[in-house]
Design a binder for this molecule. Sequence first.
Ligand code: ATP
Length: 263
Amino acid sequence: MTHPHPDSPAVPPVPALALRGLAKRFGAKIAVDGINLDVPAGSFYGVVGPNGAGKTTTLSMATGLLRPDFGTAFIHGVDVWAKPLEAKKLMGILPDGVRLFDRLTGEQLVTYAGLLRGMDKEVVAQRVGELLEALDLGGDAGTLVVDYSAGMTKKIALASALIHAPRLLVLDEPFESVDPVSAANIRGILESYVASGGTVIVSSHVMDLVQRMCDHVAVVAAGRILAAGTVDELRGDASLEDRFVQLVGGGSRTEGLEWLRTF
Ligand SMILES: Nc1ncnc2c1ncn2[C@@H]1O[C@H](COP(=O)(O)OP(=O)(O)OP(=O)(O)O)[C@@H](O)[C@H]1O
């Protein structure tokens, strides 16, 4: 057996997610323009960017939901597009605008997600109960998902993404429509998941939340990564929100709306 020499460089750890040259075009629109990104294992990674920046398109390609025109993604070293089954076992996904089987009750939906993952029935039943309680959906376990509010729908989709205890969670706008108490709840669950070695990637428009919750952040605009690194590196002395506006440009554009002040 050979041992590495004490002075030899350490083997770089395999990122939880690695994107290489990802690109996607819809007709004439280049939605994602060659994105490279490493998300370290065990990080809480925020992806931020203005509307239409390409966040959802990037995360969909990274998780095997949308085929890239170019490039690929690796989940813990497994090529998502070459070995989709192996890669999908490693991740839980909360897609944006998710279509759920909403004629099932919340309990049935999460149970179905667990059984689909090939999990043991008893384990699924126990985890479903715990997840519904943790997300404050215990009282609505028997309600059809079609009758859930937007926030409840987000939470039941999140429970479905967590049931198989994936190594990587990719959550597109997980806090949208979710009330502050439930958001704090979800944050607590995600933080302890990261503390025990899991990796979370969230896309969000709420800079304050990303600044408080995430340890890394990538700023995406016009299909490219403008900056990526630790939250502290990126924000420097400013707030993440100020840095974001600086990077992305913009500011207040109210010219041409004079009529709005003529009532
Ligand atoms: N299926 C599609 N067909 C055509 N264009 C699309 C499609 N999906 C996305 N786009 C375009 O690609 C660009 C990136 O969209 P995407 O949804 O990835 O942005 P986003 O950063 O997630 O935006 P938001 O913050 O508003 O959710 C946009 O210009 C959008 O109009």
